[in-house]
Design a protein around this ligand. Structure first.
Ligand code: COA
Length: 199
């Protein structure tokens, strides 16, 4: 299996990637936005994604997004073709896209929202910790991405403090002050929200 940083040679897989993202979301009963071919193509041709292939066949994909003016990075849209699942492909892809994110944005915090156990396991191995939503980017554009999720009403009812997804965050050492996560604006409601959370 080949795991590569994307380039225009991978544009031939974009329709298959988009279709599988949509089909998998349907099967899982989630309503995550259908990413446009244009959006995915841009990620691929700008080298902001990782593509896995085997003998010329598409295996898996994940891409990088930045939020809050580069303070946060998300590795989004992780998808593995059904016939290649449970063979470690997602682990290899996430490892590569995480390393790419760290190289491109060395001081950024890396985060993800997921309901999937496989992703939680992979993220934990990479050093992500579960957090409450106020630790994540407060960039409106990011949260607008939840609008197509079937659980959006729950998120809004909870005033965007929590929902069904588990939030996971990796904080690089160079983003900590004396080993403690810095108190950036994103964290200002932390205490209030902790007291509102039921686990
Ligand atoms: C989730 C997904 C990316 C996993 O891909 P994969 O290549 O099968 O994952 P891996 O083989 O690398 O497995 C990673 C770990 O998760 C576990 N795992 C894989 N699929 C799992 C599942 N459905 N349920 C529970 N654990 C699972 C593996 O056993 C492995 O754990 P280990 O390290 O303890 O052995 C793939 O199933 C997929 O594309 N699903 C649909 C899209 C999706 O859910 N994307 C994530 C959105 S947040």
């Amino acid at each position: 299996m080949e795991i590569e940083i994307s380039s225009s040679i991978h544009l031939m897989y974009v329709s298959e990637i988009q279709q599988e993202m949509y089909d998998s979301a349907q099967r899982r009963g989630t309503g995550i936005a259908k990413r446009s071919i244009e959006y995915l193509s841009k990620k691929i041709s700008e080298g902001n994604a990782v593509v896995a292939t085997e003998n010329g066949e598409w295996v898996g994909f994940c891409y990088i997004e930045t939020w809050s003016h580069g303070q946060f990075v998300a590795n989004s849209g992780l998808i593995v073709s059904p016939k290649f699942r449970e063979r470690g492909a997602a682990t290899l892809i996430k490892n590569r896209v995480f390393q790419l994110s760290r190289d491109k944005y060395p001081t950024a915090k890396v985060f993800g929202l997921t309901t999937g156990l496989a992703v939680m396991k992979i993220n934990s191995d990479l050093g992500y910790k579960p957090v409450i939503y106020s630790e994540l980017t407060q960039d409106e554009e990011f949260w607008n991405g939840c609008k197509n999720c079937v659980n959006y009403e729950i998120l809004m009812k909870k005033e965007r403090k929590n929902c069904l997804c588990t939030a996971m965050l990796f904080v690089p050492d160079n983003n900590k002050v004396n080993g403690v996560v810095s108190d950036q604006p994103e964290n200002q409601y932390r205490n209030e929200q902790e007291s509102n959370l039921s686990v």
